[in-house]
Design a protein around this ligand. Sequence first.
Ligand code: ATP
Length: 453
Amino acid sequence: MTAKTMDDLVSLCKRRGFIFQSGEIYGGLQGMYDYGPLGVELKNNLKSAWWSSMVYENDNIEGLDASILSNPTVLKYSGHEDTFSDPMVDCKSCNSRFRADQLDKNICPNCGSEDLTEPRPFNLMFKTNVGPISDGSSFAYLRPETAQQIFTNFKNVVDSSSKTLPFGIAQIGKAFRNEITPRNFIFRVREFEQMELEFFVRPGTDEDWHKEWVKKRLHWWEQQGVPKDNIELYDVPDDELAHYSKGTIDIMYKFPHGLEELEGIANRTDFDLGSHTKNQDELNISAKVMPNNNSNTRLAIQDIDSKKWVVPYVIEPSAGVDRGVLAIMNEAYNVEDLGEGKERIVLKLKPHLSPIKAAVIPLKKNNAELVNKASDLKKRLQSLNIGRVVLENTGNIGKGYRRHDEIGTPLCITIDFESLEDNTATVRDRDTMKQERVSIDALPDYLIKCINE
Ligand code: ATP
């Protein structure tokens, strides 16, 4: 079962400390959210699952963590200064602003007026001043995608890691877009995180690699608990393609508010490297690139067989971390009928994503022997380095179970008086609610097995 409504998720996120409106005490800031104690764990777990699947599992993929503030020249030659815009209309009656392509009819969704301005392009990039003088001569953009710094670092990575085609560069980090109408909780925000891979391939092999990455990414989302049943692939039509793309497949997910993009997988051709490289005329570039006289670096690679310089094509799987968190929480959210008018909310997260891996609960909060034993076990499990383990010393087992069901903790481990005698504990499974007695010495392996399943 998926969430009933977006409100169910928003309310759980706030109540249990996953996600808060940013600057809420001063009325908030539209399109910005803060991740709380549990949200930051879930988000980090998702990012590390992506990083492992890209960088650790593939010897031909390297990682990068580049700057957010971007030299405007980079975004000039990437084409973003000219084309990274959405069509905006103003309502002349109530002064609200909207994206023209998101209006059902030519009617203001706020006041119903039909008196709207003509659509005009609105560039989504945020600008900020660099250095002490703010006269507009020295500014930087906050990057609208993480990709560009991968392209500008292409030669640095190739030279320092001796890569040959095909190979990739992966990066996770913040991106900023001054969205005209941020909405639907963390789905469309102005500050968000992306997980992007630029996978460089020989021209001519790009279409096969494109298909291959679509398959790989669907499989990965399934491993995170987002099943294929709730996904549709959208082959973006030519007139909707970004300026750099020869073909894009969007992974569309059934979010609580509708079917929308979770990840885009684009064939960016040789557009970006071709636009940023020097000696454009001497390289056999097929895309209609931005003419570039300023670059001092050749962004090409020497073919091992022909020894010719090739500007690789690039396949880009680009996923949103925040949209990933929303999809995963939506899938995991379950309300179960326990009979007699009782129900429980349980977040059936894949254990590797759970913010807390196990809660150790002493039966009585004021009993030093129980609390010490529980505390020793918490330390032992924490040292496994598999994520957060907590000591839940509230003395209320039922309340502890309810809280940990709602936040998706796979195992609750209770230390009781029997534990002091025979060194066993009661382990309760989040999904089945079944309890079993397990030797405390066996618990580290038990927990590792549960998380790796
Ligand atoms: P949309 O059409 O929904 O605006 P997009 O096609 O502009 O998305 P891309 O440029 O392909 O998005 O960005 C790659 C990924 O980054 C998206 O699939 C999405 O997961 C994430 N993303 C893009 N814009 C936002 C945003 N405003 N808020 C949250 N995530 C975003």
